[in-house]
Design a protein. Sequence first.
Length: 114
Amino acid sequence: VQLQASGGGLVQPGGSLRLSCAASGIIFTINAVGWYRQAPGKQRELVAMITSSNNINYSDSVKGRFTISRDTARKTQYLQMNSLKPEDTAVYYCKFTINRIDYWGKGTLVTVSS
């Protein structure tokens, strides 16, 4: 299984970005999907996830601003990020749980700065 993430970049505070992450390879069942981020000097943290029962969870810091979604047919997940703040600056990682195994994307850098 390979994951390809895209959509990161530089954006001004208050702006928006949309991250995408597509999975390819031998995939029988996508159990869950999610996005995590790691800011410089900090631990990786959960941003948003969709569980195997389609429950959606967000970290408190992004609730109301970020939206996670998935396209099962395209084996792709998305993270729509609105009202971005400087503290959202981090490397964002996508994760797929496929056939009960976790797979991580390589990370895409999001920089929020004026």
